[in-house]
Design a protein around this ligand. Sequence first.
Ligand code: RIB
Length: 309
Amino acid sequence: MTTLVRVVGSLNLDLVVQVPRHPGPGETVLGSDYATYPGGKGANQAVAAARAGAQVEMWGAVGSDGFGRFLKENLDQNGVDTRHLRELEGPSGIALITVDRAGQNRIVVSPGANGRYTPAQLPPWTPAAMVLLQLEIPLATVQAVAEQAFAQGIPVLLNPAPVVPLPGSLLRQVRYLVLNESEAAALAQSPVETPAQAEKVAQALQQQGIPTVIITLGGAGLVWADGEERGHLPAHPVLVVDTTAAGDSFCGALAACLAAGKSLREALRFANAAAALCVTRPGAQPSLPHRAEIEAFLAASGSHRQSPS
Ligand code: RIB
């Protein structure tokens, strides 16, 4: 039986500037020297899962520029199988990111090749233990992949970021929906500012046919609803430097555990720790922790337990 995690999604070159605060409309703010990091929600989740110990392959597209070569090489160096990555004529995806003193970011993505990764670009279907999807590639491609996976009984983890209204047919093919508070609020059209509100929204989303809904709440931890069970897991108290890729870190680590046959509770505890480590350092992929580090962190914070609700 395969334990392969297949990530179908975006690869971006991140251009990051630290700012004292984010500019308002029409305002100019002076920031730090820029830094470049490999990013993109798809690639970040692929690297997060690989570093968490999974066998991972990535489906997606880079452009015919130098950024594209860099992004592919970076995945190769992280042990992600890139055999099915396409190179499409034109620019690669980039993300313009500002990070303020509290570690909070603002991101603008130019999709480049990611936006040209249509269903026609998908390779022939092969078995996998789990499929991870986000929304930085065309929705038609996400739907085509979810449909194939669902038809073959392969669990789909969807991270609906950046959030758009989603067809019910897609949601019914999702096994795990992992989203942050603003995405949950947008999808459910209901405020998600407290764990209690998040629990309600998680259950409302479950009613659309999704067995497991996990809503991440930054410093307030996460809430999850799995069938009839639900719970709240507090965040680890850490010094936040940069929240970029925290959600990706969480999704990749969660998928790695689930594909390896761990229980949802174990996987949540592991992914929660991975995200905590991720926010303590700058950049997208450089900030993603390895399995040994996550295990050591969990061992050191052994009293950090899930509270049932
Ligand atoms: O989730 C973080 C990612 O969002 C960044 O790496 C950036 O590329 C955007 O896709």
